[in-house]
Design a protein around this ligand. Structure first.
Ligand code: NZQ
Ligand code: ZN
Length: 386
């Protein structure tokens, strides 16, 4: 096991009715900016619930943060924060709203001139404006981690940011929100969380027995609840396990002491930036090719996953590892998620070259757990996924 430090300061309030506890977590004199997305919270009752809990506070609102939170829209919220002397941000939404709020938390206290530099120059945020979240869509884990991904459409960029100042102070996880989520987003959430675990597991063995079993248990639970939650999102027990799996998949715990990959996400973000494909679906496109291309480096863990997660019985490592990739593809298909780029765009020719060029321009010359995947490798992996 590798050395590690672990600190996660986010307080979780999990379960039915926890939205009512918002006033316990926000200072009484706070000037709050409540941030949300395209309006789902106004249809499912969450908006009223939150406003009811916040009566007595000074609350400003900013709605309209789109999926893949857009820099230029967030800059309008930054003006409100400055003009209205906001001192607490409350994200009510999925990963996009929470990530947008993290950007604002960083930008509000940023000393530089241009907040885009936080993303373009990968400036870590040591201290951000305090914020909390009410999660409405289990998927990203953003509710209990300190990372965010922001899009800037005009230049087709989708870049990550983060730092210890960007953990939510608290996150409210009420699984009852799951019942209003459309099938497409439920499938996305399952696939995203599943891939988060794979990114932190499908590397090479380091004798980290507990971390491996944490990871395997999250994957097994997601496989178990997937058909249940897709058939009936109002199943509270399944919704609870789904929600907690997504949080645990990316709150830092399972990656401690082990190597991590994250190349699937790096390539996937480019597909969203270029074609607007849902985040989770880009991962389903890239992951199978990534594991096939890096078969030799990853086959020990692929084989362990085949045995422990998919109950495969093949005798040799290569056969198990091959089966592992096929099982993963079938799992995505079982969620009605397609795993080829051509299923999402007719325009796919040249994608591999463009992504490789972007990585070269950014100086991303070595991805993956060994930091050896060069743009030339990225080009081959993306091309394999056409
Ligand atoms: O905008 P509204 O109207 O709220 O609708 C949203 C949106 O259209 C809808 N939705 C959310 N909760 C709902 C609901 N509809 C009905 N009932 C509810 N309870 O779902 C749609 C998608 O929402 P979004 O927040 O975009 O989805 P998700 O949570 O999958 O977030 C995706 C974003 O997070 C980033 C992705 O790159 C992408 O930009 N990620 C963030 C990570 C992090 N911060 O740690 C890690 C991830 O790997 C990922 O990169
Ligand atoms: Zn993801």
């Amino acid at each position: 096991m590798m050395n590690f430090e672990f600190k996660n300061p986010t307080k979780i309030l999990f379960g039915k009715g926890q939205i009512d506890n918002l006033p316990k977590e926000i200072p009484a004199n706070a000037r709050i900016l409540m941030l949300y997305g395209g309006g789902s919270i106004k249809q499912n009752g969450i908006y009223e619930q939150v406003l009811f809990a916040l009566k007595g506070y000074t609350v400003f609102e900013f709605g309209g943060i789109p999926a893949n939170p857009e820099y230029n829209i967030l800059m309008k919220a930054l003006e409100i924060i400055r003009n209205e002397k906001i001192d607490f941000l409350l994200a009510v939404g999925g990963g996009s709203v929470i990530d947008g709020t993290k950007f604002l938390s960083a930008a509000a206290l940023y000393k530089g001139i241009n907040p885009w530099d936080i993303l373009a120059k990968a400036i870590r945020t040591e201290t951000g404006m305090p914020f909390g979240t009410v999660l409405t869509l289990p998927a990203t884990g953003s509710e209990m981690n300190s990372g965010a991904v922001i899009t800037r459409k005009e230049i087709k960029e989708k870049l990550a940011m983060g730092g210890p100042g960007l953990f939510p102070q608290f996150s409210i996880l009420d699984p009852q929100v799951v019942k209003s989520i459309p099938k497409r987003q439920l499938a996305n959430g399952i696939a995203d969380a599943f891939t988060h675990v794979m990114e932190q597991y499908m590397t090479y063995p380091t004798g980290a027995l507990l971390q491996d079993r944490f990871a395997e248990s999250i994957m097994k639970t997601l496989i178990e609840i997937a058909p249940v939650i897709i058939a009936d999102p109002s199943d509270y027990n399944a919704a609870s396990s789904f929600m907690w799996c997504c949080t645990m998949a990316l709150n830092g715990l399972i990656q401690k002491g082990v190597p991590t990959d994250w190349a699937v996400h790096a390539m996937g973000h480019e597909l969203t930036a270029m074609y607007g494909i849902d985040h989770a679906r880009t991962l389903a496109v890239i992951a199978p090719s990534h594991y096939r291309y890096n078969f030799e480096a990853k086959k020990e863990k692929l084989a362990q996953y085949a045995v422990r997660v998919w109950d495969r019985k093949e005798e040799d490592t290569d056969a198990l590892a091959t089966a592992a990739i096929t099982e993963t593809e079938y799992f995505f298909h079982s969620l009605d998620i397609k795993t080829r780029l051509r299923d999402y765009t007719r325009d796919y020719k040249g994608t591999a070259e463009k992504i490789a060029q972007k990585f070269t321009d950014r100086g991303w010359l070595g991805l993956g757990e060994y930091k050896t995947l060069a743009p030339a490798d990225v080009m081959k992996i993306v091309a394999m996924s056409y």
